[in-house]
Design a protein around this ligand. Sequence first.
Ligand code: NAP
Length: 306
Amino acid sequence: MAEKWVAARYGSLDGVELIDTEVPAPGQGEVTIAVKAVGMNPADVKGIQSGQDPAALPLPIGYEAAGVVSAAGPGISLEVGTEVIAFRVSGGYATELTVPAEDVFVKPQGLDWPAAANLMLAGATAADMLRVVEPQEGDTILVHGASGAVGVSVLQQARLMGLRVIGTASEQRFGVVEEFGGTAVVYGDGLEARIRSLAPEGIAAALDCVGTDEAVDVSLALVADRSKIVSIAAFGRAADEGYRVVGGADPESKAFRDSQRQRLVDLAADGSLVVPVARTFPFAEAPAALELLSSGHPGGKLALLV
Ligand SMILES: NC(=O)c1ccc[n+]([C@@H]2O[C@H](COP(=O)([O-])OP(=O)(O)OC[C@H]3O[C@@H](n4cnc5c(N)ncnc54)[C@H](OP(=O)(O)O)[C@@H]3O)[C@@H](O)[C@H]2O)c1
């Protein structure tokens, strides 16, 4: 018997409950993982707050986790005891999970559990945003929310592509933007003018990891070609304004993100992609962790430790 967190109802985080669950034995093409750390993402909160489908309740929470293979189905080459990362899974907030082996990757030894559990969703999203806007080496790009989980991964992947990044953040988070090679700029009134003075060469593409009207307006003002603007959070205005939006459920994005998982593991293994973790919580304290996540300023990634 395992434990997992689910949302019993939509709307507020008050409906999040810990329940006992049977973990099925792994079938053909599956492995069971004893979870060590659960990765947390804003989508975990959004799914609870804005979910609509009563048939999906109780709602599983979480898309990524890391742990140790505890059982393997027929034909699986992963041995029991192998340290692994699982993404994308449904219901990652669990002490044990049975998942398709194709979504399981060997964890680099040097990567700790909280970072491993948080590597994939933000990393694959960042890669997808860069795919969509196709920047060229030497370009300057704008990243809204460069201090956030996706933003920090964009910074590092952009550096590998030879790009210059102007990244928005709160002043107290400038350090993380600069640590990963970005030029930090504070969001808020006057943002467009501040960016123009930091990038007289012009902005080749804008990547919005925030979703505010300010992020959209400034992107539209600075980047004439709307196919070079992508958002992962401002869905409402995209059709009218003509910029790109991407989500993990879009077939093209899903296929691309899946294709990036081993690359992300390899980058993490050689140290060229790091996952700054702000705080870990005991598994039993998921509600408190979700509250911090819902603030919009978690200060780095959060993980639940089993
Ligand atoms: N569509 C997709 O496929 C997809 C995938 C992943 C994430 N997302 C979405 O993308 C967003 C970012 O995800 P994440 O994991 O990077 O979140 P995160 O780690 O919580 O980071 C949030 C970021 O937003 C910034 N921020 C908060 N309020 C702001 C404001 N009023 N103006 C400007 N910036 C503000 C924060 O900056 P400071 O902390 O410096 O203030 C921080 O950089 C979330 O909305 C998430 O749901 C979408």
